[in-house]
Design a protein around this ligand. Structure first.
Ligand SMILES: *[C@@H]1O[C@H](CO)[C@@H](O)[C@H](O)[C@H]1NC(C)=O
Ligand SMILES: *[C@@H]1O[C@H](CO)[C@@H](O)[C@H](O)[C@H]1NC(C)=O
Ligand SMILES: *[C@@H]1O[C@H](CO)[C@@H](O)[C@H](O)[C@H]1NC(C)=O
Length: 224
């Protein structure tokens, strides 16, 4: 600031400082107005959940592009904790924010409450997508959900958990080919043609078709 002060002894370059300061302030002000306007709008949220990225299996070792494009471009939580290393109970905790002794999912089997009717009627009906949806988030799911999802006698593919606007969930556990999906509650079977069925690519094209991601759409979205 001292260098910009004008006064009797101010030299040419110093006097030029004032318009420069005004410009700078305008720029800052515009930025602040824009930035605060932006923070009023809820952020879009993308949650990518992957299995088996642990040190023991070395699941991240071959994923060099993922590391570079996502990991190294962001923040790493070196002191993060998980409630249990088991798939279905852990996923159920992410959805509900509860420990397994509270949401009741014990293991990856139906008898252990993995996507059981008890889970569907209880903890799942108050999982966090329900609340995001109430906050006018457009909610989109594609991929593996819970290991026993879509199985016979447990709602089958007709069961679409509360809170989801778009639902493209795998029946059962991870598969890239020869899988069955629940597409918004309707069964869709896939074979093993690379062009038509490779699941990762199918998710990408479904996202771009079904999710309003371009700037013209002003509804914020949550994608899982
Ligand atoms: C399954 O979940 C329900 C509540 O959602 C709970 O009452 C029941 O004890 C759980 N079953 C097991 C085997 O933990
Ligand atoms: C899952 O949990 C249920 C309830 O505790 C138990 O009866 C069943 O044997 C468990 N299944 C496996 C595979 O551990
Ligand atoms: C898909 O299922 C067909 C018919 O059972 C089988 O021949 C084929 O090998 C399977 N493909 C894959 C990638 O598992």
């Amino acid at each position: 600031m001292a260098a910009l002060r004008s006064g009797p002894g101010a030299t040419g370059p110093r006097r030029k400082g004032l318009p420069a300061l005004a410009t700078l302030l305008t720029v800052l002000l515009t930025c602040c107005v824009r930035c605060s306007a932006q923070t009023d709008k809820p952020s879009n949220i993308i949650l990518i959940l992957a299995d088996d990225q642990d040190v023991h299996l070395g699941g991240m070792t071959p994923m060099k592009k993922t590391k570079a494009l996502i990991g190294e471009a962001g923040a790493t939580f070196v002191n993060a904790f998980t409630v249990t290393p088991l798939c279905c109970p852990s996923r159920s905790s992410i959805l509900t924010g509860q420990y397994p002794h509270n949401h009741g999912v014990r293991n990856n089997s139906l008898s252990g409450n993995c996507s059981s009717i008890q889970w569907q009627k209880g903890p799942e009906s108050t999982a966090f997508p329900v609340y995001l949806n109430k906050q006018k988030y457009q909610t989109f799911f594609a991929g593996k959900y819970l290991n026993q999802y879509g199985k016979k006698d447990e709602g089958e593919v007709g069961h679409v958990p509360l809170g989801w606007d778009q639902w493209h969930a795998l029946v059962g556990n991870s598969q890239y080919y020869n899988y069955t999906l629940s597409v918004n509650g309707k069964e869709e079977k896939h074979a093993d043609s690379y062009e038509q069925d490779y699941f990762t690519d199918l998710i990408v094209s479904t996202e771009s078709n079904d999710l309003c991601m371009n700037p013209v759409c002003d509804q914020h979205y949550f994608m899982h």
